[in-house]
Design a protein around this ligand. Sequence first.
Ligand code: PMP
Length: 454
Amino acid sequence: MNKILPNSAEARDVAYHFHGYTNARAHEENGPVIMETGKGVRVFDNNGKSYIEAMAGLWSVAVGFDEDRLADAAYQQMCKLPFYHNFSHKSHGPVVDLAEKLISMAPVPMSKVFFTNSGSEANDTIIKLVWYRSNAMGKPEKKKIISRLRGYHGVTALSASLTGLPNNHRSFDLPFEGIKHTTCPHYWKDGQDGETEEEFATRCAKDLDAMIQAEGPDTVAAFIAEPIMGAGGVVVPPTTYWEKIQAVLAEYDILLIADEVICGFGRTGKMFGSETYDIKPDIMTMSKQITSSYIPFSAFMINERVYEPVADESNKIGVLGHGYTGGAHPVGAAVALENIKIIEERNLVQNAAETGAYMQEQLGALLDHPLVGEVRGQALIAAVEVVPPTGREAEFNPGVLGGRLNALMAENGVISRNMMDALAFCPPLIITRDEVDEVVDILGRSLNQLDTEL
Ligand code: PMP
């Protein structure tokens, strides 16, 4: 526990700043960790303590914490045209260039890009457009959306409804009606005795099919999922999962929304998670690594199947009654273009694949540790599941060991993040093997410390 000095930045933070994803009362007691600077994969707090940011902030800083080219891109754009919007047929260079670039990068044929400010806002907008489309097609009953338990799609009222995690619903009166959650494909946790990974994938697809049948196939408009679940605990899809899920969706003419907010721009060793798992989405959500989170920005792409009815409906009504002041922001678009250029020039997707394979191998070696139950991941995204010592399972509530291990990691100079007992790793795409070694050494040491404490 930190001692909070009067009038310090810590004290003023407690006095005036209401934090997201924080226990407010615990914060009053313990205060914040205040970060001051960043360099490469590291950040430094106001006491000068150095941390490897093994979560890339919030799964998001692809190019590291000191990329001058992004600062320059923002500065140049601010000097030239600091703001413009895209309402009423207006446009500007950066957004035209970025839309064209994203369409050229899409793993499947896409038609148009819509710009928003956060992952939540993008998913919220997507659901509204899916509804709009169903009305345009004369199918007003086709409105339900299927998401997954433990999926994460944001925190606005609609996107939090898509999210399949209890803390995003509890006391918020969510989820909204018409949003359903199907099975989470976590084989290690939910696979049954004697069931192979493929059999488990078949069961997940059957559960989806049964849910669609129970709801009425004509009432289900879309299915939304992350290629790899991130905030739900880094759940890597079991073999054949995506193939089987897509077959079910095709049978009932249900749109597929791939939420690429974490997986997009190289995280899984290909430019998009949809490429890694051969997913053919109708809609793709993008944020975080699109600008390395140097500036809030998000976007989604839609194919012709989605665009055409929506365009017709806007023509019938006279306008598309949706758009954000900061959507298609020129500074965000300029930063995104430069960031994507850096990812391409420096072969960061290849580094994610290669250094990522090394990270998986090194983390995998920790499976021998008595407190490690599963190591899972793909390229530069992974989770290490902490389990109680054999025979002592009843002593620990879920999340207690994960929380303690995460705290030890921070003390030892690595920022990770625990989702219950899964410790997640999602470092910047620029990470080197030596830096991976540092992270894994500190994890091994922290696991041993935890073992001693127990
Ligand atoms: N989708 C996914 C897959 C995410 O991981 C997140 C953020 N963690 C979001 C959507 C929401 O993004 P934001 O926090 O920018 O609203």
